[in-house]
Design a protein around this ligand. Structure first.
Ligand code: LLP
Length: 417
């Protein structure tokens, strides 16, 4: 089957490219809503906005009934700007991190943002400024897993979370500072398989038993995988809920009161909703290899160069595509760096992709880029950040205009002689 894609959420790719330019990220609002609905059995779906934090996406998630996680002062401000109230039960915004910087501590204190502490120092620093608060602890259960070593967030080699052997000590610290431990949170990695995700349940039960009956909720963290390759099997959200619900019920029996069950997905909610439209600017032969060189590079999508991640790709043909052959191609970007290749494996090994024959001026769509796509973009090579478009009910909305050169140099100054 040749990989052609002529439309996204009912809107023509060629039209989107002509109207908004390239490279442009396009998100399908209905796909995000469907993913939130998949997880409705959990008491709280808390969106890990680091995956895609455009205000329009946050607004969509909020209207879909999900709450939000923030890992920086900027993400707290984004959540507030998108209409999440600072305070509520359950807390609409949770700051989850391993450290406070000066600004995030100020915001958490002043706006009463709920804090999920990933280090003993955070307990001390919050306790000194805001005694009497309820907090949660992010626990490192001593193991982790991820699609790549770089997305594994548990175990001894990970900087994340409070080490499971230090729970007791942290309870004492919190008590001294009159902070109550309302909940526990464990997140062991991103792009995790079901087997590892289910081990987290057991770790949570052990940690919760130690933390005791002041707990009012537990969070399963994020990590639910998305379907990137045709061979990836989708997760079964109902089976995942059943696993966690059983752990929650055992803890409820032990404590004699109800516990709220949260889940904190990023990728699962947005990855498959996102597309990056790029224009093919050269079709180049280098010895035996054919390259499609695009106007998008790792400044727009860093996952392949960082993790060797696989993203589906398709061609939006200028005609109906009929009768075109296919070829093995290497797909790369415009940056002045040889690693600027979208078809690569972890370790930087270049691979090829079977794609329809295409001409300069046609569009190539990189798919499944709604999570950790735009947000990991950079201005490397003085490239402006791409535009972002949200399609809702068949209507495309520009939700971030492309950066201009003036945006790029804003704040820079040449010293006066
Ligand atoms: N909660 C916490 C505490 C996290 O650290 C993360 C991800 C999530 C939730 C959401 O994980 P998700 O459901 O999206 O897997 N840039 C990498 C992913 C890094 C994830 C970091 N933390 C990538 O492109 O794959």
């Amino acid at each position: 089957m040749p990989s052609f894609r002529s439309e996204i959420a009912g809107v023509s790719v060629v039209e989107l490219a002509r109207r908004f330019g390239t490279p442009t990220f396009v998100y399908d609002a209905a796909a995000v809503r469907r993913r939130i609905a998949d997880l409705a059995a959990f008491d709280t779906v808390r969106y890990a906005q680091k995956a895609c934090s455009n205000l329009a996406v946050l607004d969509l998630v909020r209207r879909g009934g999900a709450l939000v996680d923030a890992v920086s002062a900027g993400e707290i401000r984004r959540a507030l700007a998108a209409g999440f109230p600072p305070v509520g039960d359950p807390p609409p915004i949770v700051y989850t991190a391993d450290v406070f910087d000066a600004e995030s501590l100020e915001l958490c204190v002043d706006r009463e943002i709920h804090v999920n502490c990933g280090s003993p120092e955070m307990i001390d620093q919050l306790g000194a400024r805001a005694p009497g608060r309820g907090i949660t602890l992010r626990i490192n259960p001593g193991f982790g897993h991820g699609e790549s070593r770089k997305t594994n967030t548990g175990g001894e080699q990970s900087k994340h979370g409070i080490w499971h052997g230090q729970i007791d000590e942290c309870l004492d610290r919190a008590e001294r500072l009159r902070l109550s431990i309302d909940g526990l949170h464990i997140h062991v990695g991103s792009g995790v398989d079901m087997e590892h995700l289910s081990r987290v349940c057991g770790a949570m039960e052990r940690a919760a038993a130690e933390a005791g009956p002041t707990l009012r909720y537990i969070s399963a963290g994020g990590g639910l995988p998305a379907v990137y390759r045709p061979t990836d099997s989708p997760v079964d959200p109902a089976a995942y809920f059943t696993l966690w619900d059983a752990a929650r019920k055992r803890l409820e029996q032990r404590f004699g009161h109800p516990l709220r069950l949260e889940i904190e997905p990023g990728r699962y909610l947005t990855a498959e909703s996102g597309y990056l439209i790029a224009e093919i600017r050269a079709v180049k032969r280098q010895g035996q290899n054919t390259f499609y060189l695009l106007d998008a590079g790792f400044n727009n999508l860093a996952r392949p160069i960082l993790y060797g991640s696989y993203h589906p790709m398709s061609i939006a043909p200028a005609d109906d595509g009929a009768g075109r052959g296919e070829q093995e191609v290497i797909v790369g970007g415009p940056l002045c760096e040889s690693g600027d290749i979208f078809t690569q494996e972890e370790g930087g090994f270049v691979s090829t992709r079977r794609l329809p024959e295409a001409k300069v001026g046609e569009y190539l769509v990189i798919e499944c880029v709604g999570a950790y796509g735009f947000v990991m973009g950079s201005n490397y090579n003085s490239k402006p950040l791409a535009a972002e478009v949200l399609i809702d009910a068949g209507r495309p909305h520009l939700v971030r205009r492309r950066q201009t050169f003036e945006d790029l140099i804003r704040g820079e100054e040449i010293p006066k002689p």
